[in-house]
Design a protein around this ligand. Structure first.
Ligand code: ASP
Length: 341
C-alpha cells in the first residue's frame, strides 16, 4: 500500500481557536492547515485525509469512554490507511497513548499521537512542526506501535509523560530511552522498537473494550494520609482496581493506624491493588524495606516501572476486556507492549 495517512482530530490545543473564555476546540482544522501549507510542501508529504471526531474535546475533559470512541474510529478504518495520526490535547495525551497501545497490542502500523502547546491558529506555534514530523513518521514502515511525537521527541506512547506545562518540549519518557528523534533527519532506534505485528492485524469493532469510569482509581500516599481517606475510596461502589502511588521503592506509610487493614479488606473483596512509585525514575521493589514487604503479604501487585498513566490505562483496558482474578493479576505483572521492564 502506498502511504496514506488518516489524521484523526479529537480536540486539544493544536486545533483550538481563541474565544472570550480562552482557547476552545473548533472544527475546520483541515482548512487552517491547508491554508498554511504551500502546495509545494504538501507534494513532499504523504497523502493524508482528515477526520474530526465529534465532539471535539479539551482533553482535560477526557473520560475512559472516549478511548472506546477513538479506538473504534481507528479500527473501523484500519485496513484503509498505512498509518494514523491522532491529534489530541496534551493534558491527557499520555493516558490515551497508553490506552491505545494496549488496545492495539500487536499492531502492524504506526499510530502517532501529537498535539501542541500553541494552537495552529496562532502565528507562532509548535503545531505545524509537530504535525509535519508526525506525518513523515506515520508513513514509516518500520514503526508498528503507538508513539507520541512532540517537539522532535519520538516516545513510546505507554512510557511517555507530560513533564512541562510551559515548554514546547512538553513530553518525556523518564524511565525509557526515546525511540528516536527528529533532528536534521528523523532517526529511530531500531533496537528499541516493538516488532511488527501480523499483517492481518485488525480488531473487530465488537472487541474494542468498553470502559467503566468507576472501575479504576488512583491514590497517591502523602504524609498524614488516614485510613478513612483510603476506605472512602476502597469502599466505593463499582471499584475494581486501585493504583497506589507509594514512596520510593514502593513503600506505604504502614504505621498509619488502619491503613493496611483497609487495603487488606479491599484485597479480600476482590479489588486489584497495583503499587507504583511516586518517583519519576526507577521501579517498585516491594520488600526492600519492611514497609513495602507488608504490601507483598496482602497481595498488592508490584507495578515495576510503569508510569501512572500507563498503569491506569492498562488496568482499565484489561478490565474492559473482561479479565479478572488471577488472569488479570498475571497480565498486570508482565509487560504486554513495552510498557515496563
Ligand atoms: N487543555 C488542553 C488539552 O489537553 C491542553 C493542550 O492540548 O495542550 O486539550
Amino acid at each position: 500500500m502506498t502511504s496514506r495517512i488518516l489524521i484523526l482530530h479529537t480536540g486539544g490545543t493544536i486545533g483550538m481557536v481563541p474565544s472570550d473564555q480562552g482557547y476552545v476546540p473548533a472544527a475546520g482544522f483541515r482548512d487552517r492547515l491547508l491554508a498554511q501549507l504551500p502546495t509545494s510542501a504538501t507534494a513532499q508529504l504523504p497523502a493524508f485525509e482528515f477526520l474530526d471526531l465529534e465532539p471535539l474535546i479539551d482533553s482535560s475533559n477526557l473520560v475512559p469512554a472516549d478511548w472506546h470512541r477513538i479506538a473504534q474510529a481507528l479500527i473501523s478504518r484500519w485496513q484503509d490507511y498505512s498509518g494514523f495520526i491522532l491529534l489530541h490535547g496534551t493534558d491527557t495525551m499520555a493516558y490515551t497513548a497508553s490506552a491505545l497501545s494496549f488496545m492495539l497490542q500487536g499492531c502492524n502500523k504506526p499510530v502517532v499521537v501529537t498535539g501542541s502547546q500553541i494552537p495552529l491558529s496562532q502565528l507562532r506555534n509548535d503545531a505545524l512542526d509537530n504535525l509535519i514530523t508526525s506525518l513523515l513518521l506515520a508513513s514509516r514502515t518500520d514503526l508498528n506501535e503507538v508513539v507520541i511525537c512532540f517537539n522532535g521527541r519520538i516516545l513510546r506512547g505507554n512510557r511517555a509523560r507530560k513533564v512541562s506545562s510551559a515548554h514546547l518540549a512538553a513530553f518525556d519518557s523518564p524511565n525509557f530511552p526515546w525511540l528516536g528523534e527528529a533532528g536534521i533527519d528523523i532517526a529511530l532506534k531500531p533496537e528499541l522498537l516493538l516488532p511488527a505485528g501480523k499483517a492481518e492485524f485488525a480488531l473487530p469493532d465488537a472487541q474494542v473494550p468498553t470502559f467503566d469510569a468507576d472501575a479504576v482509581a488512583l491514590l497517591q500516599f502523602y504524609p498524614g494520609i488516614s485510613a478513612s481517606v483510603m476506605s472512602a475510596l476502597t469502599e466505593r461502589e463499582g471499584l475494581k482496581g486501585l493504583i497506589l502511588l507509594s514512596y520510593g521503592a514502593g513503600n506505604p506509610p504502614e504505621a498509619t493506624p488502619g491503613l493496611i487493614e483497609a487495603l487488606e479488606k479491599a484485597a479480600a473483596r476482590g479489588i486489584t491493588l497495583l503499587n507504583l512509585t511516586q518517583c519519576q525514575q526507577g521501579a517498585v521493589s516491594q520488600g526492600t524495606y519492611a514497609t513495602g514487604a507488608t504490601l507483598n503479604r496482602i497481595g498488592v501487585i508490584p507495578g515495576s516501572d510503569l508510569t501512572p498513566e500507563a498503569a491506569f490505562a492498562k488496568l482499565h483496558v484489561l478490565l474492559g476486556k473482561g479479565l479478572s482474578g488471577e488472569a488479570l493479576h498475571e497480565a498486570l505483572r508482565q509487560p504486554l507492549c513495552g510498557e515496563s521492564h
